[in-house]
Design a protein around this ligand. Structure first.
Ligand SMILES: NC(=O)c1ccc[n+]([C@@H]2O[C@H](COP(=O)([O-])OP(=O)(O)OC[C@H]3O[C@@H](n4cnc5c(N)ncnc54)[C@H](OP(=O)(O)O)[C@@H]3O)[C@@H](O)[C@H]2O)c1
Length: 287
């Protein structure tokens, strides 16, 4: 039995990893929530890993508040960079394979074609910088790592500190009859946490190391995504483009953050189109 430890286990992705790992008979997975383990507490992390001695760790614990990180970057860097660096060092010391998740926000979005893993990263926001810094620390400190960059994650679980995911936010606002104003100038690939978890487990089964782009396939703007959410859920709602001058947002986001998933596919891991993944999410939500 190979022991797997999942950090941030009650989040969108962590919950799906608990399911995906649990379905593999040769893996024994243990999940730790934020209240079980504060990953910025270096000695607690060392104790947790030293006592459980996992074969692999999935790190899903992260600071994801892009806007707040712009005015107060310290919590983002403490969690996404410093704590990740320490986790990588402990994994290196104990010879544990570290699977970590990063973001499309490490890119500046100026490319006209999907970003490949080796393309230069140039974050526009503090959040993006904190995620890139975490990636770099892992690469420097622990060769036995697998970093999966992803985009626009939505999942059924919501842990205590997390905001509503984008799909639920849109459905909630539409349900209350609120006007929906959404960015139509940012192109991305929304990604289902369930499929991301399955892809991460498949890479771990192969003991793949290095950096991978792991998203659903295809692309859309956030406005197109919103309209598809409403269409699939059969919820009436008006969605209008949110123009930048009207936007109170302060964090810059990459205008084009579609990630090329050829490397993932070359490792035998396929993810479905963003529309198919969204359909499954909406169907499961209704049951
Ligand atoms: N969500 C997205 O759109 C998106 C996009 C690109 C990349 N990613 C990356 O994908 C990964 C998974 O994201 P997600 O959507 O699953 O996030 P999530 O639902 O917000 O889950 C994050 C988890 O981390 C826990 N956590 C927060 N601070 C912690 C701390 N100091 N110590 C221990 N645990 C802590 C949270 O617990 P509490 O809620 O109890 O604090 C939560 O369970 C992250 O690396 C994220 O950066 C996400």
């Amino acid at each position: 039995m190979q022991r797997i430890l999942i950090l941030g286990a009650t989040g969108q992705l962590g919950s799906e990893l608990m399911r995906a790992c649990g379905s593999r008979s040769s893996w024994g997975a243990k999940g730790l929530s934020h209240s079980d383990l504060e990953i910025t507490n270096a000695s607690a992390v060392r104790t947790a890993l030293g006592e459980f001695r996992p074969w692999a760790v999935f790190n899903c614990a992260a600071y994801n508040q892009v806007e707040t990180a712009e005015t107060d970057p310290l919590p983002a860097f403490t969690l996404n960079s410093a704590a990740v660096a320490h986790l990588a060092a402990v994994c290196h010391e104990l010879d544990i394979l570290l699977v970590h998740f990063s973001s499309d926000h490490v890119f500046d979005g100026k490319s006209k074609i999907p970003y490949r893993e080796e393309d230069p990263a140039f974050p526009l926001s503090s959040y993006g910088l904190s995620k890139l810094s975490g990636e770099q620390a892992i690469r420097l400190l622990h060769p036995r790592h697998c970093i999966l960059r992803t985009c626009g994650v939505y999942g059924h679980a919501r842990s205590p500190g997390a905001k509503l995911n984008f799909v639920e936010k849109i459905l909630g606002k539409a349900g209350r009859g609120e006007l929906l104003r959404v960015r139509d100038d940012l192109v991305c690939t929304p990604t289902a946490a369930s499929e991301l978890a399955d892809a991460a487990c498949q890479l771990l089964e192969k003991e793949a190391v290095g950096t991978f782009h792991a998203t659903n396939t295809g692309s859309c703007t956030w406005l197109e995504f919103s309209r598809e959410i409403l269409r699939l859920a059969a919820v009436a709602g008006n969605v209008e483009p949110l123009e930048l001058p009207d936007s109170p947002r302060i964090a810059l986001r990459p205008p084009m953050s579609v990630l090329c998933t050829d490397k993932l596919a070359a490792h035998g891991v396929k993810m479905s189109s963003w529309k198919a993944a969204l359909t499954s999410y909406i169907l499961r939500r209704a049951t």
